[in-house]
Design a protein around this ligand. Structure first.
Ligand code: ADP
Ligand code: MG
Length: 697
């Protein structure tokens, strides 16, 4: 086996490959175009495309695709081969600049929320030259943005790139105020930690619910779950280790900085963390990571579950979005500095995040909203649905001292004057090990922990970037006009802390007391997707997005529709799957088992001596009562499903799905799980939780 450093990035047309393959002047022109975010000229594109094609063919590629991220949240690709007919019945391999920079997938089947009128079925894809092309399955994949011909974003990448530009614009104004004239742009960086479950393929295939919905709709509690905490960071089983090894290798070939792999809290649950990188690349990489996780699991006769809550009563899976800001000169703006000026700049950026998260709690919540993630948020395992920020004791005390104008520091107590004093060194707060905070400062970055495991990280970062851009814009507006920078900066920081400290919470987010306190503080508690999505179209949010050119009003309306529809579709599929399982498998199985008990009962009572039939009699009574009740409940659900489309308003329909359909599903589940506990193992039609969770030996 080659050493990692040899094959790392081998499948990527990265900077090294470009330098090697492109004429010097083309290479420099391309770099310029990428850095300035300009459109690629056709002449230049032709040269790049040709070099890219030669490289790809040498690496075994026969096809190319514009790889994009439609609003379904997963990736899409349509493969075209490089072949082009030549004389003598032969073919040559061709790839033009035009094919590199723009594609026209037939986009009519991707969600557009009405943005793409049906008479204009085409959308187009355009190369995001900031994300390298790569080879996957003998196909050259070109990361692209996907838009309608009217210029509306139909994907996750376009708004993300726009939000990164918005943030850079405003952050640049602020860093210049601190004299950093050499900075040309500010980028956001993200490291996305990914949780997942691995189960054996044989049990997966026997569960219709896992196949159709990604989660179990039934399942009685196993005798052993996660209570012993013996899985977290435990020794990794050889089969899982082999999987992780192959996954790492494949990710490394794609230039993805997979770094840490370990077992998570629940049985069969694991985590992969990469080293952070620029946000849009981190988003591309996370999509590829999820795809490879699933693909490689199949090769190992396992299935990788990325659903947020595959098993009730067992921890679900999330994603931690570690986020920071960095200048092109390599300075992490969330790193407390060494000098008074650096410290002041650091505090101002911290304040921008505090203000942003408070002003736009609703958007932060919306960015992680989905039917599947609703199972986690607020379920005492993931952060609560209330958005708050954890700063740790040290930083909180510093902010407190600034706000109240009281001395800070244990030794020489003195007033902290921003821009004059150096902050005391504060270590990365160890109390951060409590995992209950949705948005935690972890020393030199914020860790946003509400994301669902299957989500695209783009949504969350669009919201964070845009809201922070807005706070920075407001700060820059004030400070650029200032005659006394230090005094005004001090006031600005003070006023921001005063106005937004309600969002800071360093305690235990699982505590019921916190939910009550949050309410008193006036913080939002948006429990479900139908609750939070309407906020997307609130005036302040429309203004925010249009001001920073991240979403137009039409795009926001489309987002709203698509997300509400997505919610309804998911619960619809789940309800249909549940009814199928109850009608075709569960009720017949239990009825059959009751019949069997009945026959035994008859045989026993016909015996020439008095045999005890209390077991058969008792169980027949219990199970027939349960199946009678299940039958009634499933008939009600069927009736409720009949009118599910009778809603003119998508929001009302989503609430109906939540309050009636979903509630009825939960009600049915309780009965089924009780039946499972009472039915003979071999008579139960599905593998149990125990069999699934401990299926990988
Ligand atoms: P831990 O959470 O175990 O303390 P780290 O803090 O080193 O580990 O990192 C957790 C994740 O945060 C990793 O994915 C890491 O790459 C990422 N990360 C570290 N620094 C930054 C940064 N400046 N910007 C974004 N992500 C970062
Ligand atoms: Mg983490």
């Amino acid at each position: 086996m080659e050493t990692v450093s040899k094959y790392f990035g081998a499948h990527v047309f990265n900077d090294t490959a470009m330098k090697e393959r492109l004429p010097k002047d083309t290479y420099h022109l391309l770099q310029q175009t990428i850095k300035n975010g300009k459109h690629l000229e056709l002449g230049l594109a032709n040269v790049v495309a040709n070099a890219m094609k030669d490289w790809a063919i040498e690496h075994g590629a026969t096809h190319y695709t514009h790889w994009f991220q439609p609003l379904t949240g997963i990736t899409a690709e349509k493969h075209d081969s490089f072949i082009s007919p030549a004389t003598g019945g032969k073919v040559i391999m061709e790839f033009s600049g035009k094919e590199l920079i723009q594609g026209e997938p037939d986009a009519s089947s991707f969600p557009s929320g009405g943005l793409r009128a049906t008479f204009e079925a085409r959308g187009y894809t355009a190369w995001d030259a900031t994300s390298y092309a790569f080879i996957k399955d003998n196909t050259l994949c070109i990361p692209t943005a996907f838009c309608s011909y009217g210029g509306h974003a139909l994907d996750k990448k376009t708004p993300l790139l726009r939000s990164m530009q918005a943030l850079s614009r405003q952050a640049l104004r602020v860093v210049k105020l601190f004299g950093n004239e050499d900075v040309r742009f500010v980028e956001t960086t993200v490291g996305a930690e990914q949780e997942y479950f691995l189960i054996d393929k044989s049990v997966f295939e026997k569960r219709k619910d896992l196949i159709y919905t990604g989660r179990t709709l039934f399942g009685a509690k196993p005798p052993k779950g996660q209570e012993l905490d013996d899985h977290y960071f435990g020794a990794i089983k050889p089969r899982v280790l082999a999987y992780m090894k192959e996954l790492d290798e494949e990710l490394w070939k794609l230039g993805i900085l997979a770094k840490t792999e370990h077992n998570e809290v629940a049985p069969a649950q694991h985590e992969l963390a990469p080293i952070f990188t620029t946000t849009n690349i981190a988003a591309d990489h996370n999509q590829l990571t999820m795809e490879l996780m699933q693909k490689i699991a199949k090769k190992h006769d396992m299935v990788c579950l990325l659903h947020e809550k595959p098993f009730a009563g067992v921890n679900g899976s999330g994603k931690h979005n570690n986020w920071s800001l960095s200048t092109d000169t390599g300075i992490n703006l969330l790193n407390p500095g060494e000098t008074p000026a650096e410290n002041a700049q650091f505090l101002l950026f911290i304040c921008a995040v505090i203000k942003a998260v408070d002003d736009y709690q609703d958007l932060i919540r919306i960015s992680v909203a989905s039917a599947s993630n609703d199972h986690r948020l607020g379920a005492n395992e993931a952060p609560p649905a209330v958005v708050s920020i954890f700063l740790g004791t040290e930083l909180s005390e510093i902010l407190d001292a600034i706000e109240k104008d009281v001395p800070y520091g244990s030794k020489e107590k003195e007033m902290l004057r921003i821009g004059v004093h150096t902050l005391p060194k504060f270590p990365k707060d160890t109390t951060d090990r409590n995992r209950t905070s949705p948005f935690a400062f972890t020393g030199n970055k914020f860790e946003f922990r509400m994301l669902g495991s299957s989500a695209s990280i783009s949504d969350a970062n669009v919201m964070i970037n845009t809201s922070v851009a807005d706070a920075l814009m407001q700060f820059a507006d004030i400070l650029e006009q200032s005659d006394d920078f230090e005094a005004d900066l001090h006031m600005l920081i003070r006023n921001t802390i005063k106005a937004h400290k309600r969002i800071i919470f360093n305690g235990n987010g699982y505590d019921d007391q916190w939910v009550r306190e949050a309410e008193e503080r006036g913080l939002l508690n948006l429990k479900s997707t139908p609750d939070c999505l309407p906020y997307l179209l609130h005036d302040k949010n429309i203004k925010l997005f249009t001001r920073h050119k991240v979403f137009s009003l039409e795009e926001l309306k489309a987002q709203y529709d698509i997300q509400m529809e997505g919610y309804c579709k998911i619960i619809n599929i789940e309800a249909l799957t549940l009814l199928n399982m109850v009608n075709k498998d569960i009720l017949p199985a239990v009825s059959g088992f009751i019949g069997e008990l009945g026959r035994t009962y008859q045989q026993k009572t016909a015996m020439p001596f008095a045999a005890d039939v209390s077991y058969e009699e008792g169980l027949i009574k219990e199970l027939s009562a349960l199946s009678g009740s299940l039958y009634q409940k499933k008939v009600s659900l069927e009736q409720a499903m009949e009118i599910r489309n009778d809603f003119a308003d998508i929001g009302a329909q989503a609430r109906y799905y939540r309050d009636v359909i979903f509630a009825s599903m939960n009600d049915i589940r309780t009965v089924v799980d009780e039946m499972e506990d009472k039915t003979r193992s071999t008579a139960w039609p599905y593998p149990t939780y125990g069999a699934i969770l401990f299926s990988v030996k």
